[in-house]
Design a protein around this ligand. Structure first.
Ligand code: AMP
Ligand code: MG
Length: 491
């Protein structure tokens, strides 16, 4: 383990791309920054010791005051479709890539978010508020606990610098890491510039999808056949990501193409939400008036976004029909993961065709009741033993009873020992989930300089399936007041 941030091995692969891909620009450091939290799990990925996180040079880098030793600081350009409409050039308007750390088991780009204005800030101030920074910090680590691909959070730095949103808030920086921050919108940006488009494609394939270059039928993949295989891989990864989101009740909130990772990671946590009461058309982003990014719309939106990614490659003279054929991998990949997840969540061994209607009727039962997404699955494990309590928990008891009969018949078909089924369900249905009101409590404490709630939440969310005595309040249903919490894009 390296002693300090000074000793990390740093390379700068992204900065080797043509200079049009970014602007070298230093962060604007926060005034009197304080390290509110550092994440030893991510530090370990980078090869940083726990002690390194308490050293002053760590805070200097995380607050934007000093560059990462050996790193090329830059802001990247990208474009995107926002809410279905072409938005043109966007880019890192409040983020700085500090460099790429060669960790013990892989390379990690380190990026600051909320680190000041860049040439891509447009009308923005380049800042992120404490509230949204705590939310990103917690959510990305919650995803890790759930086994869902995501960018990671290394450090959270706070200050008293004022930031003007609906009210005056304070500025914070999240230091986050990812193998890459390239987005669908990075490709869209170069759709009319074949040379740059090809350079970006080569960079992404060489670093993250090298299998796309493997020889087929005795001949090396041609550039265009590699591109098609790349589209297939991104399609499959994205479909799997969406299935994972759906089955934990996660709503991203702003699935614009500039917020879609080319690696199939959850990225850019804004007005996201893990659903409390299940509503199929739940919209977590209070600015999304049309409900474009509702929970039940997310998979088709992801597919639409993949079409935008694939369309951007048409400039490379890639056959449109061949691209379409690759995008058709979305549905089978989505269904495979979705059904596999639901098998585990429902305690089934193998998915059967009739299970689709069993699951759909389960969703309908939950929707009719606005039943708690997370706890309903968790409690389902005990429903066969406690049938009456299960039925009584629904307003439509006739429907609940009829559904439970079908479910129990289905379990009988598999004839699996009950303890085995229950254990499997408890290892697939989280007890702890990052509910909005829990994040809110951590934000309130953080605003007073207290990171204790962040510690508690990280501890629970790292192992969300394992019941921890003494933490009953963290697995309880959301209180009434929490339903009033609104999350907007202004972060
Ligand atoms: P988002 O949808 O929040 O991921 O952001 C969309 C675009 O707006 C990206 O290009 C961001 O860099 C930019 N942006 C968001 N907030 C700010 C801000 N406060 N200052 C500058 N740019 C911002
Ligand atoms: Mg974004």
């Amino acid at each position: 383990m390296k002693a300090s941030i000074q000793q990390l091995q740093v390379v700068n692969s992204f900065a080797q791309l043509p200079s049009a891909f970014y602007t070298r620009v230093p962060p604007q450091p926060l005034t009197q920054p304080r390290l509110l939290h550092a994440n030893p799990d991510v530090a370990q990925l980078l090869g940083l010791s726990k002690a390194a996180l308490t050293q002053d040079d760590f805070l200097q880098v995380m607050s934007g005051a000093q560059p990462l030793p050996g790193g090329d600081t830059l802001a990247a350009v990208y474009s995107g479709h926002q809410f279905g409409v072409w938005a043109g050039q966007l880019g890192d308007g409040r983020a700085h890539l500090l460099g790429e750390i060669v960790g013990p088991a892989g390379h990690w780009e380190l990026q600051l978010k909320g680190s000041g204005r860049t040439p891509y800030s447009r009308m923005g101030d380049g800042r992120a508020v404490l509230r949204s920074s705590v939310r990103e910090y917690l959510a990305s680590e919650a995803m890790v606990g759930l086994g869902i691909p995501t960018t990671r959070a290394l450090a959270l730095v706070v200050s008293d610098d004022p930031v003007y949103r609906e009210t005056v808030e304070t500025a914070a920086i999240v230091a986050r890491v990812s193998p890459s921050f390239v987005r669908f919108g990075s490709f869209e940006h170069w759709s009319s510039s074949p040379d740059n488009l090809r350079a970006l494609l080569d960079y992404v394939i060489d670093h993250f999808y090298p299998e796309c270059r493997i020889i087929e039928d005795g001949a090396p993949a041609t550039p265009n056949s590699a591109a098609l295989r790349f589209v297939r891989s991104v399609t499959i990864k994205t479909a799997q990501l969406l299935a994972n989101w759906q089955t934990v009740g996660f709503c991203h909130g702003v699935m614009n193409t500039d917020n879609m990772s080319i690696l199939g990671l959850t990225i850019d946590y804004g007005p996201y939400g893990f659903m409390d009461g299940f509503q199929a058309n739940h919209v977590c982003n209070h600015s999304d008036h049309q409900g474009r990014y509702a929970w039940n719309a997310q998979p088709s939106v992801a597919h639409w976004n993949l079409y935008r990614l694939a369309s951007s490659l048409l400039g490379l003279d890639i056959d449109a029909e061949a691209l379409k054929a690759e995008l058709a991998h979305f549905e089978p990949a989505f269904l495979q993961t979705y059904q596999g997840n639901l098998c585990k969540k429902m305690g089934l061994l193998h998915w059967q065709p009739d299970d689709a209607s069993l699951v759909d009727d389960w969703w309908a039962l939950l929707h009719g009741q606005r039943a708690d997404f997370t706890l309903s699955f968790r409690e389902l494990a005990n429903a066969p033993q406690h049938a009456q309590a299960f039925i009584d928990s629904f307003n439509d008891q006739a429907a609940a009873s009829a559904w439970l009969d079908r479910y129990m018949l289905r379990l009988q078909q598999e004839g699996r020992p009950e303890p085995e089924r229950i254990a499997q369900m408890n290892s697939a249905n989280p007890l702890y989930i990052l509910r909005n009101h829990l994040a809110e409590a951590a934000i309130q404490a953080a605003a007073k300089g207290d990171s204790g709630e962040i510690d508690t939440l990280l501890k629970l969310l790292r192992h969300p399936y394992v019941e921890q005595p003494g933490y009953e309040a963290y697995s309880a249903r959301a209180p009434e007041w929490a339903c009033q919490l609104e999350v907007s894009c202004s972060s």
